[in-house]
Each structure stands twice: as C-alpha cells, then as structure tokens.
Design a protein around this ligand. Structure first.
Ligand code: PA5
Length: 446
C-alpha cells in the first residue's frame, strides 16, 4: 500500500479502550455498507467500481481523450460540485495547479459552469479566442443552473465557429444513462455521451467518466488511477481497527467529534494538493453535515497557511483536530544554494534538500499543534503518482461512508443543497414558484 496511517500523535487524546468501545459501531457500519442495508443504499455503486467498472466505456473514454488531445488546444470542462471537483483535483495533484501555463502536448483545460460569475465565464470565453476548442459538459441531473448556463454559451461558441456538424464532433456529454434533459438533448443532437452511473452520487463519482474523461485528456494514466483504487478496495476489508487504517480513520473522526472536536482540518504541505482538499471538503461536508450533526471539514496548505491560520490552530478555540497528508516522494528534488556572504544567516541549510526542510517543518508543526491541544493524525503517502492517488481517493470515500454511518446519518443524500436553489428559482421568477416568490420578496423587501 502507498498509504499508512500514523496515529502516534493521538496518544494523549484517544486511549486504546476508546477504540475498543467504538469498534462495534464501525463493524455495524461496515455491515450496513457491505450488505447494502444502510440509508442511501441505492448509491453504493462506487464501492466495487474499481473492479467492476465498464471496460467498454473506459476504452471509449481513452479514445475520446486521445481525440481531444489531437483536435483541440483548449478543453472547456463544464460542471459543478461532484461534477467538477474530482477532475480538477486529480489534474492539479498529478500535473500542476499551473497545468495551463506549462509547456505540454495536451490541451489547456478550463473549468466553467462552477460559479455564477460573469467575470469567470467571460474570461474563459476570451481564453478560447483563436484556439481550437472542445467541450465536456458534465451534469448527472442535466438541470443544474450553473453548468446549464455555461453549456448554452459554449455550445453557441462552438456552433458559430465550426457549424452544427463540426460542433457535434467537439462536444462530449457526461450525464445520466437514460434520464434527464441533457441526455435527451444529446441524443437528439448526436453528441457522444458518457455515463454517470445511477448508483454513484456526484461526490463519489471522480472514478467514473465524470472525472476520468478530463483527467485522461490531461494525459494522466487513468488505468493506474483505477488500479490504485482497486488496491485500496481490496486492502480495507477487515473490521479489525488495527488492521484497517481506513476504518481507523473513520473511528478517530467520530471519537474526536464526541469529545467536542467539531472541525477537522485537512493539512497538507504541497500546493498541488489544494484542489484535492477542496474535493475532500465536499465529500465529507455533503456526506456528514446534516440532521444538526457533523464535523466541519476545513483545509490548509502549510507552510503557506502557517503564516495566516497557524495562530488560530495553535492557540484559538479548541474545537479543532488535524489530519495531515504527508507525501514522501514528489516529482522533483531541490537543494538550497550556498551564499558565501551568508547575508540571510541561512548557510546552516546550504546543500540541504528542500524536501528535508519541509519534513522537519511538518514534524515541528505536528508537535506544536499537539502541545496546543490539537489532535493530529498523519496519513503518510509514499509518492505523488496515479496509483497512490487512486488509493487515497478510495481511502477517503470508504472512510467517509463508514464515518457517516457511525455518526448515524445518511452519507449519500444532500437534502440541504435544495434550499438555496428553491429560493433562487422563486426570486428569478421560474414558472411554478410564484407563491414562494411573493413570500420571499416580502421578506427581502425586493
Ligand atoms: O455531490 C453532489 O451530488 C453535487 O455536488 C452535484 O454533483 C452537483 O450539484 C452537480 O449536480 P449535477 O451533476 O446533477 O449537475
């Protein structure tokens, strides 16, 4: 395995007997998941996806990615939430947050339809000027406002530029297998489509076509990603907490939550992981934050954020615990240069690898935060690779499901997401929302 859970720094916060006490709850959660008897059991398609994914569609994804790489300089990926975060997280993690600025054989990738910002939308439009463009629109429901607006805009762009026929060769749609307006529209228009499986919710969908097509278009080996996820799915089957790091992490979160630690900070030391933390935040926030319960998922990238949030973490309200991701082998090594004048007094670091300084900073920070009353768990990841990231994705998905069941919530629904949408539609005058509009307008003096 590329992943190891280091619980050494938890010893003053959780006693061995507490793990023994929560173990039956974890076993019960595992049973609900494996026997598909828990809440939300219609959405467990991700559990054995790494072994059972549709090989024919996978080959089509690879072929389509190849076509995109050959025919366009820009790929616009349209989607929001679970239909956006995973692809961006993986591309930035394995390539770079500066992917679009790097010299490369693959197209630039711009993510649209994930906000309601005119500036964001028009900026991407201007980045497409004079470039050959393809579009991958991703929406399970096909009705989400943000991506639907963006799709209108980019479909028009492509049709004006290439004509209806030409645009058809450049628009790829990832949506429900059979239902929804986007599916119907794609069939009528003759677009190539890929499937968001019925039994996989948005935030668990990165290893379906939702994530895999843009990821493959960026030149990433999606087979290795799936192999990593499969390895994790085979490894985390024991219900013995000492033999299952994934379930142990789920147990730790719940034990700390019961002690009043209601905010989990995912801490990393690599800027390339920042979007991966965003993906993790959606996974845990949407899965657990309901029924008045849940650990609030936050994230930081150190050492950057040690200079902003470090003070709060060390010394502020003691509601926090940290999960630190420590990635051992990254892509490059760099030694700190010597300065004969030693103007900055840093020659004690001359010749030292930056990674060694990072590791030391991490160890020093973990100890300081533990001393400050913040429980720390470290997830050690051996390398920055497709395989290891596939493992990590599956590790977090499985832990999230088990943690949610231990918390006694349905980890697979998101009823709270609808409230703002209803208000927004009513205020925008969507047909069918008339009486609600009148009531809201009164409250807002609108
Ligand atoms: O996790 C979820 O279910 C959400 O984040 C959805 O993915 C998001 O709202 C987008 O939905 P859709 O794919 O239907 O456009």
């Amino acid at each position: 395995m590329s992943i190891k859970l280091n619980t050494h720094y938890l010893e003053s916060f959780i006693q061995p007997h507490e793990f023994e006490r929560i173990a039956p709850e974890v076993r019960m959660a595992d049973d609900m998941l494996r026997s598909k008897t828990g809440a939300g059991n219609d959405f467990l398609g991700w559990v054995d996806l790494p072994d059972r994914y549709d090989r024919e569609e996978f080959a089509r994804i690879q072929a389509c990615a190849e076509k995109i790489r050959k025919t366009c300089q820009v790929l616009v990926v349209i989607g929001i939430g679970g239909s956006y975060l995973g692809a961006r997280a993986v591309i930035e993690f394995l390539k770079s947050p500066n992917y679009n600025l790097l010299p490369k054989e693959t197209p630039n990738i711009y993510f649209a339809g994930n906000s309601i910002s005119s500036d964001a939308l028009t900026e991407i439009l201007s980045l497409c000027e004079g470039k050959d463009v393809c579009v991958n629109v991703i929406s399970k429901s096909g009705t989400t406002t943000e991506p639907a607006v963006a799709f209108r805009v980019f479909r028009n762009l492509l049709e004006e530029k290439y004509g209806k026929e030409g645009a058809r060769e450049r628009i790829f749609v990832t949506t429900d297998r059979a239902r929804g307006t986007l599916k119907q529209f794609s069939t009528d228009a003759g677009y190539e489509t890929f499937v968001v499986p019925d039994d996989v919710g948005g935030r668990f969908s990165v290893l379906t076509a939702v994530g895999l097509l843009p990821i493959a278009a960026a030149g990433i080996d999606i087979l290795k990603l799936m192999e990593g996820a499969a390895a994790a799915s085979h490894a985390y089957t024991s219900t013995d907490l000492d033999r299952n790091d994934c379930y142990k992490y789920a147990a730790i979160r719940n034990l700390l939550y019961r002690k009043g630690k209601s905010v989990e900070i995912l801490a990393g030391y690599e800027p390339f992981a920042a979007m991966f933390h965003e993906w993790w935040k959606q996974l845990y926030g949407e899965s657990e934050g309901k029924d008045g319960k849940g650990v609030y998922p936050a994230s930081v990238i150190f050492s950057t954020d040690l200079h902003s949030l470090g003070q709060f973490i060390q010394d502020g309200n003691r509601i926090l615990f940290e999960t630190v991701i420590d990635i051992a082998d990254t892509h490059r090594r760099f030694a700190i240069p010597n300065d004969p004048a030693n103007i900055d007094g840093l020659n004690f670091l001359s010749g030292k690898e930056l990674d060694d300084v990072k590791k030391t900073a991490m160890l020093g920070t973990v100890l300081a935060h533990v001393d400050g009353g913040v429980p720390n768990t470290v997830i050690e990841v051996s390398e920055r690779s497709e395989f290891a990231l596939g493992e990590l994705i599956y590790f977090f998905e499985l832990a999230c499901a088990v943690s949610g069941y231990v918390l006694s919530v349905n980890p697979f629904d998101q009823p709270g997401v609808e409230s703002y949408k209803k208000n927004m539609f009513a205020l925008l005058g969507k047909p069918g929302y008339e009486s609600m509009r009148a009531e809201l307008a009164k409250r807002l003096n609108y």
